[in-house]
Ligand binder design. Structure first.
Ligand code: NAD
Length: 508
């Protein structure tokens, strides 16, 4: 997930706070409270996408390690009082927040090195904000007013009855996460799951194992989290994710990743009717209405598409503009995107860093070739950056001359690629925005707030930014309509994903 639009496009000045040293000792798993090597000692390399250099190795867990982690989480849930002690849970979450913050300098450096995340994002959604948000979940554990709801007396089917509705921790959570915002996504699962009283097995993406193992080391060494409550299993093998989602000892599978993998997760969870929570892909529309401030709308659209090289599921990647304003918007958006050429992510001024891997770069280039093959052209960018000898850099690219049936308008690219298309009024814009298998996010620019809200009410999507409003916040639910997912992360709705409901009826 990424931050939504903001009015100020200039990156913060990070000079003076530039981190230098990475955390050490990250080739470990966390299972049952113990930091250990993988069974058999297997490891795999984690790379810096800006340099292609090997940062070091992570523990390459086996199926036996995953089995042990699930067993530990099951025992911790069933045999300890973790799930019934919200004050203790809140304390542990605040300890984790404080410890992560105290190591913030090294962890921000790690995030830039391993994810290729531009440094300016690490003081926001790539690190600082999700860490701070652990405090929100700690507060929820203590103050949630839905643990026991009294419905009072009623004669039900002839029996005078006093009724209560209890909410209880759902059990063992299998958390499976992607690489694009690893801290944000890992913590947006652990925070509410632990606050709710669940125990967790986290399986992070193979591209960013160290972001998770650094958090695991800190949790093990600097918090009172009991053994088994939080387990972190890094692996180069996707099949460990399938193992986790198909294990009958897991009560909730909380998955963020591509829609294709989400389908596989749902299929394996179906075997045990395990509850699934899915945050999947997006192809969100940025809609400019004909009364909008064109210059700021086009600038914002270009900025959003370039941020973190477009590797955000909620990034708006289809730009819908009034036909009469098409050329003006293209010119302004292309100027913005050209000014945000791919750059060194450690530079505080960089907005567009590298993409995560060679495979991802090749995939994006394939989409750019499809745009040309289908009759489109580029108003700026168009492929890999020529400024770098090493690293996987793609320059921000504005695609013109295609309609909403084109491949680049239909499929999630996960690169800095924005496709601009003309619309013929508000109804047409809504129709194009909704003509997508996805429904994750979106943006509307208009001089008339009521008009923008009327358009918002017709777009089938989980979050919408109007005139640059920012929805990313711990108390705001985030998630998708249609093939963008099931359920909501963050906010009270996100916390309740990790609860079960028990109804009690007492004869009076
Ligand atoms: P991915 O789907 O390839 O992998 C995500 C995770 O699933 C990884 O940990 C991977 O090892 C694991 N996995 C792979 N196969 C599995 C299987 N069969 N069963 C269980 N787990 C399996 O995604 P990615 O390439 O790491 O990340 C990019 C995708 O994530 C994009 O599609 C993006 O839109 C999506 N994403 C969505 C959100 C959101 O909140 N909606 C946020 C960030 C990223």
């Amino acid at each position: 997930m990424t931050d939504s639009a903001t009015a100020d496009l200039s990156p913060p000045d990070l000079s003076g706070s530039a981190p230098t040293e990475l955390p050490q000792g990250l080739d470990v798993l966390l299972i049952d409270g113990v930091l250990s090597a993988a069974t058999g000692g297997g490891t795999f390399e984690t790379l810096n996408p800006a340099t292609e250099q090997v940062l070091g190795v992570a523990a390459d867990a086996t199926a036996a390690d995953m089995d042990a982690a699930i067993g530990a989480a099951r025992r911790a849930f069933d045999e300890s009082d973790w799930s019934t002690d919200p004050a203790f849970r809140a304390r542990c979450l605040r300890q984790l927040r404080d410890a992560l913050q105290s190591e913030g300098s090294a962890l921000r450096a790690l995030t830039t090195a391993e994810v290729g995340a531009p440094a300016f994002l690490t003081s926001g959604p790539q690190f600082d904000t999700p860490v701070e948000d652990l405090g929100y979940y700690a507060d929820l554990a203590e103050n949630y007013d839905g643990w026991k709801v009294d419905l009072g007396d009623r004669v039900s089917v002839g029996v005078p009855t006093h009724r209560q509705v209890w909410r209880e921790a759902a059990g063992v959570v299998g958390a499976i996460t992607p690489w694009n915002f690893p801290h944000q996504i890992n913590l947006a699962k652990l925070g509410p799951a632990l606050a709710a009283g669940c125990t967790v097995v986290l399986k992070p993406a193979p591209d960013t194992p160290w972001c998770a193992s650094a958090m695991a080391r800190i949790a093990a060494e600097q918090t009172d989290l009991p053994p088994g409550v939080l387990n972190v299993v890094t692996s180069s093998d996707h099949s460990l994710g399938a193992q986790l989602s198909g294990d009958s000892r897991v009560d909730v599978v909380s998955f963020t990743g591509s829609t294709a993998t989400g389908r596989a997760v749902m299929r394996s969870a179906a075997e045990n009717i395990t509850k699934v929570f899915l945050e999947l892909g997006g192809k969100s529309a940025f809609v400019i209405l004909d009364d909008a401030d064109v210059a700021s709308a086009a600038t914002m659209a270009g900025f959003m598409a370039a941020t973190h090289a477009g590797q955000g599921c909620a990034i708006t990647t289809r730009l819908l503009v009034p036909r009469s304003m098409h050329d003006e918007v293209v010119e302004a958006a292309a100027a913005t995107m050209a000014s945000l050429a791919a750059g060194d992510p450690t530079d505080p001024g960089t907005i567009c860093g590298p993409v995560i891997s060679e495979r991802q770069r090749d995939r994006i280039e394939g989409y750019l070739r499809s745009a040309i093959d289908e009759g489109g052209s580029f108003a700026c960018g168009g492929g890999r950056s020529e400024r770098f000898e090493h690293g996987w850099f793609i320059d921000p690219t504005l695609v013109v001359g295609l309609d909403n049936s084109s491949t680049v308008a239909r499929e999630e690219i996960f690169g800095p690629v924005l496709t601009v298309m003309a619309h013929d009024g508000d109804d047409d814009a809504v129709a194009i925005a909704n003509d997508s298998p996805f429904g994750l996010s979106g943006a509307i620019f208009s001089g008339d707030e009521d008009r923008a809200l009327a358009v918002a009410s017709q777009i089938r999507t989980g979050t919408l930014s109007i005139n640059g409003g920012v929805w990313y916040s711990a108390d705001v639910p985030f998630g998708g309509y249609k093939q963008s997912g099931i359920g909501r992360e963050m906010g009270v709705a996100g916390f309740e994903e990790y609860l079960e409901t028990k109804s009690i009826a007492i004869a009076r």
